[in-house]
Design a binder for this molecule. Sequence first.
Ligand code: GLU
Length: 420
Amino acid sequence: MNFLFESPLFQDAFETLTSAATTMNLDPNILERLKYPKRALTVSVPVRLDDGTIKTFLGFRVQHNMTIGPGKGGIRFHPKCDLSETAALAMLMTFKCALVGIPYGGAKGGVQVDPNELSRQELQALTRRYATEINMIVGPNIDIPAPDIGTDGQTMAWFMDTYSQLKGYTVQSVVTGKPVSIGGSLGRAESTGKGVVFCIQFAAEKLGMKLGSNTTVAIHGFGKVGQPAADDLVALGAKVVAVSDVTGGIYNAKGLNIKSVNEWVQKNKFLKGYPEAESISNEQLFALDVDVLVPAAIDGVITKDNAHTVKARIIAEGANGPLTKEAIQIVTKKGAFLIPDILCNAGGVIVSYFEWVQGLQSFFWDLEEVNKRLYRILRQSFDKVCAVQEQYRCDMKQAAFITAVKRLETAMKLRGLFPS
Ligand code: GLU
């Protein structure tokens, strides 16, 4: 299965898993099964473009492990999406769901496409054809997709509608991250960012840091995760001094007015040109002398080459895999407190779980209920990972993997291997 190792993200996840296995003395038979995805599907997604020509895109859905429950994980529309990266992200989903104790396995999907280059009609056609091509391996009890980079509530609405057309009746719970008017959950849109900020609060409390007007924060990525995280950090009184997107970063030492940045992005789509700040590069953002750094865009942005420039005391991995394995070792050695991705950004899939439960029961909760339950799960998970870190004296990433793999080990041993 050498093709799996083509992406740095898979290599990293694989190495983190194997080193966690050594640290915890994992049964080698369990490790052998966790190293590889259970199932991987590659599909062609032909789309008629607005100019009448047909273009074919490559699509994937990978199910890594389904011992604890149906597969769960987002769909990514990104030009760099490939089978290896999708397999890595599916593996991270298995560990994420096991870590926070929700009854799912791990899966991920994606299409190799730049969604910004397609019209709305083309995107709809792409989504519907992709949904059709993978429909035989998804379903409310099989594998439940959700948004990820390049996809959103609208994408989920098209996916759910296509799946429902194929079935002949409405199947709300085939996806999560839907708009509230068609069975989505209150709070799902902001849930990943909210979870990131809960984890930052827990970390600050552990380090004896008070989050307030003296706390400075830099956020890499001002999208579905970074933007709501900025809102919540400002609500706590912290100073968000820098944020960035694909067009670069903006910086204001006195703290950005996030409300006005939000308005600017709503109007202009990108941060570029925002007047009340200096422009900085993403590299400069990582190196800022801030208390908290939130890399919330994409994987592999902090590596062995730039990790030594990071000065933040708390690093909250809002994205999946933003720090490479080597980078984590460097920042940990420097004394930074790392909140690992499968804990830090788990708020999204936790509220996806709430959405799935609410949809299956056709009984919907208020926002307070959603956020209260989200807080409780993250609090318990954070404390558990810290306890495991202290027990094994490993880094926080390994501690998170160990916590997850222990739960998987118990479940896999109870279910056994078929055929025996
Ligand atoms: N794509 C998100 C993640 O990486 C959410 C997955 C979900 O809600 O199923 O965790």
